[in-house]
Design a protein around this ligand. Sequence first.
Ligand code: MRU
Length: 361
Amino acid sequence: MMTQNILDYDTVALDDEKSALVIVDQTKLPGKVEIISLTKQEDIHRAIYILQVRGAPAIGVTAAFGLYLAAKEIRSDTYDSFYAQFKKAKDYLATARPTAVNLFWALNRMDDVAQVNAGLPIPDLKEVLRQEAVKIRDEDIWGCRSIGEYGLSLIKDGCGILTHCNAGQLATVRYGTALAPIHLGRERGLNFKVFTDETRPLLQGARLSAIEMVSNGVDTTVICDNMASQVMKNGWVQIIFVGCDRVAANGDTANKIGTSGVAILAKYYGVPFYVCAPTSTIDMSIAKGEDIVIEERPAEEVTEMWYKERMAPEGVKVYNPAFDFADNELITGIITEYGIARPPYTESLKQIFETKKNAKK
Ligand code: MRU
């Protein structure tokens, strides 16, 4: 199916009637906007692995819908037999990618619901699982909008914003995290000058952030990753917003490879560096960045994937870590849906979770 504007679509959706996960296939962007429906667990797992759907919050919502769809297919009359198959499906989806904590966070939420409701008849249990997955999706939309509001309070009409990778609508269900302030600002008639790092090797900045920005009429400049220093030196960037895949309890933040370099440059040039993090991406069980598992991906992504012809000689070694982490001391603030955490993060992140708990009462 073809469409005109990428922002008209939820990045991830559930088609319950057809028992399908519906996603924008991000491997086709920006050339082609293609919406695909996936019904098999292997296809959902693969879609996460090959980045047809990507970005930590979108992966979380995909996992929740995916696990619900797996549960729906289970033909068992007893809870024990149902749960054994449910657990198998959960464990399988959990192997799709290792770094974004949202994957495990969403699967664990679904698992908790399955266990707490063990006494329900199986059809009712399936229904509460559906409701939980929808709730995870709805919370994502609300949370991104809230992050957008907090982010928007930090910027002025016309200011220069640099971002790395894609932490926009395409990385969530709607709005995005790092790009949410910009999307919300557009709703209110503001405009900004946005610099998107191309983000080698998979070009999420050049392909995905750029299409979102252009689709929303934002003044957008794509730069190669090694140009970030120059645009900061020129004084063109007043603030940096990035997303994250996992924030440790001390504020160290894993995000797309290159983020740590951008944070170091920002410190040098005195540009505020903000991480936009829904609480679903903050992992208080991990003490520090060094403890976060960093995904390594295939060499072809570096040597040939986005080139007409292979660009590096056969036989060279390739190192392709998909993420790095920015040290907490480089981060000006962590923008969550419950407010902006400031250093020291060991304290302020705890406070954010306290606020979240009280908001739920
Ligand atoms: O490998 P990707 O494209 O899934 O990496 C995505 C990022 O690094 C994003 O910045 C992060 O997941 C935050 S998305 C709101």
